[in-house]
Design a protein around this ligand. Structure first.
Ligand code: ZN
Length: 287
């Protein structure tokens, strides 16, 4: 088989600078997978009440507490919400938007695009956008890939839809641009070290079981990674799941972590959309 080289270009910013006085940025991303997580993992879970309830905990029980945490510490966040979850919990989506946070795109049923053809992919994106827009009054401007499924047609679809950013790739730890023949998209890179699934993940069905790491373990890894990113001037983006990290002990740990990060006045705490808009403006200035 003849392997082709990737047909997009990366445009990096060699002397990337954060806004005046800031040496790094923190964007807290919540992946509100809810009931869509178990179903996307295995369609049989659509009838598995316990599996659905495990996902729903993140919306029904954890989300209000997380909104309180962000409010108390005045830390903005971005909530990536599948359309299906928004349909099941419309009031939760309205509460997130009303609290001033970003509501961002995360598919309809948490689809991995590699299981879809391009027409289905277009349908999923449009459906997810319309549902979120119907609840918040604004079209989402950013996307993070369920299951980290992202291909060139996905990048082009996001550009066609007028999206500002993607947040799914891992080659760098500062923002950059993905350039395609159809235009460009800001990339706000993620990393698995800041993904709660890596520490606490698990699923009820079909394999069963989860990982019950002590919260101190996560606190140490994430605080140290924050210190490192602050040293190098990077972007701290998280893949946090309310059903996993929204357990009471873990929310209290997050309170300590967020308070620590907030104790530095050279850290820019912002939503993904705010950071992407800043990067886009920088790109135009440099061009
Ligand atoms: Zn997700």
């Amino acid at each position: 088989m003849q392997l082709q080289k990737p047909s997009y270009q990366k445009r990096l910013f060699p002397n990337f600078r954060w806004p005046a006085g800031k040496r790094c940025a923190v964007a807290i991303g919540w992946h509100v997978d809810g009931e869509s997580g178990p179903i996307a993992g295995d369609p049989r879970n659509a009838h598995h009440l316990a599996a659905l309830s495990e996902g729903a905990y993140g919306v029904s029980t954890a989300l209000p507490r997380l909104l309180d945490l962000h409010h108390e510490l005045a830390i903005p966040a971005s909530f990536f919400i599948p359309g299906y979850v928004a349909e099941l919990h419309p009031e939760a989506v309205v509460q997130v938007a009303r609290a001033g946070h970003e509501v961002a795109h995360h598919g309809y049923l948490h689809e991995n695009v590699f299981l879809l053809d391009e027409a289905e992919e277009r349908d999923v994106f449009e459906r997810g956008s319309q549902i979120l827009e119907g609840l918040t009054g604004a079209r989402p401007v950013g996307w993070s890939a369920p299951g980290w499924g992202l291909r060139l047609s996905t990048v082009e679809r996001l550009i066609e839809m007028g999206m500002l950013y993607d947040s799914s790739l891992m080659e760098y730890d500062t923002p950059y641009l993905l350039e395609t023949p159809r235009g460009s998209l800001v990339e706000l890179p993620i990393s698995l070290i800041l993904d709660d699934w890596e520490i606490f993940g698990g699923s009820l069905f079909p394999n069963g079981g989860g990982v019950n790491a002590p919260v101190e373990h996560a606190y140490q890894i994430w605080r140290d990674e924050f210190d490192g990113l602050r040293f190098y001037g990077g972007l701290f983006t998280t893949t946090f799941h309310p059903n996993i990290l929204g357990r009471p002990s873990r929310i209290r740990m997050l309170h300590r972590l967020f308070s620590y990060m907030k104790s530095f006045d050279d850290v820019w705490l912002a939503t993904y959309a705010e950071i992407a808009a800043y990067v886009r403006a920088q790109a135009e200035e440099i061009a």
